[in-house]
Design a protein around this ligand. Structure first.
Ligand code: FEO
Length: 402
């Protein structure tokens, strides 16, 4: 049975939800599934904006055919040529022989790399700012490269101020019936997964996101329809998500507190991490967050590295190197352009190693990182002199946050 939904009187959601997928891009764990949004505008010409992942093709096609109700599909706008949105293009080209594909030069380069049905007579190549009238609705195309791939564009429906924003403003997670953000408890239920999605999927390209935010500020946005996650239709929600994107893209912390990430083989480095956390709490630091690097997927930790002002990394040496889980976490974060943070370091040695130097080297760029306090160096387990050093570090961190 079809599951299509009204977005407006003439615009319909025809996407699908996948709760069987355990990792998005085969990388990022999903606890609540994934939504793939696709939209139809019914007018003198019928337009589909993006398709869906192959896992939900059957549902998508039934939704699409229900909405079209026997009419043909005239245009497919390809805002994003990543397979979680474009897996059904060839199928649609076969189902609707007069269907035209709308994309930019890079869209069609990627299309022909991924798929075999190359029919260039059916391509409409659009440029920045170009418009297409389909009846009562007019579409305007904005090129927004690297949010998240080079071909990405956004489509702005001019009569109602609706921005079809591709991956931007999306979130991990399937829809629970409610399609609009204002129908959900967004701040408690979805925001963390929107942040984790942003940081891990788009975070590397903050400069492009900032350019895109500037570009779309030139139009009056009444609704944002992303390719994942809920639709934003109230002024309050649109302002909220644009504000979060401004924070995330500029690496501006949301929280003036401390995130402590530790690795620990036998509990001794963990003990040092808790001593530091307790000292900070006793000084009045609120909303401290701790992660065992071995117990949590890096995507969750890195999302909180975008959120907190101060990050403490506490790690043992392992075979004279930085503990592998910690090394992987920091390398992954730096590959996503993690920067603009205060950093403190704690290390544990039993028989030597390079953990301290490796971490100091990772955060050596003083333009982007401020080292706070002296590194705490522990020999196998915490002793009285370490407690003094941990208290001194807590004091330095506390003062840096004032
Ligand atoms: Fe949802 Fe970049 O794909």
């Amino acid at each position: 049975m079809n599951l299509c939904r009204n977005v407006t009187e003439q615009i319909f959601w025809v996407g699908g939800n996948d709760r069987r997928l355990s990792r998005f891009e085969n990388l990022f764990p999903l606890s609540e599934g994934m939504a793939y949004n696709a939209y139809v505008i019914k007018d003198e010409k019928n337009v589909l904006l993006d398709t869906v992942d192959s896992s939900v093709t059957m549902q998508f096609l039934e939704n699409l055919e229900t909405v079209l109700a026997g009419e043909t599909l005239d245009y497919l706008v390809i805002n994003h040529m990543e397979p979680d949105h474009c897996a059904n293009i060839e199928t649609l080209m076969k189902m609707y022989p007069n269907l035209k594909l709308i994309g930019n030069v890079k869209t069609f380069q990627l299309y022909e790399q991924f798929y075999r049905l190359h029919d260039q007579d059916r391509y409409i190549v659009v440029k920045e700012g170009e418009e297409l009238n389909i009846g009562k609705h007019t579409l305007k195309f904005f090129l927004t490269p690297m949010v998240h791939w080079p071909e990405v564009m956004m489509t702005y429906e001019m009569s109602q101020g609706i921005l079809f924003s591709a991956d931007a403003f999306g979130a991990f997670g399937a829809h629970d019936g409610n399609l609009f953000a204002d129908e959900t408890d967004y701040s408690h239920k979805i925001l963390a997964e929107a942040r984790r999605y942003y940081v891990n999927i788009v975070g590397k390209f903050g400069a492009n996101v900032i350019a895109t935010l500037k570009k779309i500020s030139s139009v009056d946005i009444k609704m944002i329809c992303p390719l994942h996650g809920p639709i934003f239709k109230t002024e309050e929600d649109i302002t909220m998500i644009l504000d979060y994107y401004q924070h995330w893209a500029t690496l501006t912390p949301e929280n003036d507190s401390v995130l402590i990430v530790y690795g620990s083989m036998y509990g001794n480095t963990e003990n040092a991490a808790y001593l530091l956390a307790n000292e900070l709490a006793d000084k009045g630091v609120k909303d401290i967050k701790m992660y065992d690097v071995s117990g949590m997927d890096a995507s969750y930790i890195i999302a909180d590295m975008w959120r907190y002002r101060h990050i403490v990394f506490a790690s043992p040496n392992y075979n004279v190197e930085l503990y592998f889980k910690m090394d992987n976490l920091i390398r992954e974060a730096l590959a996503l352009n993690f920067k603009n943070r205060q950093i403190s370091i704690m290390v544990n040695y039993s028989w030597g190693g390079k953990a301290l130097k490796t971490m100091q080297d990772y955060f050596a760029d003083s333009k982007h990182f401020t080292m706070v306090g002296d590194p705490v160096e522990i020999k196998s387990s915490v002793k009285d002199d370490n407690v003094t050093n941990i208290k001194n570090l807590a004091t330095a961190i506390y003062q840096s946050l004032q």
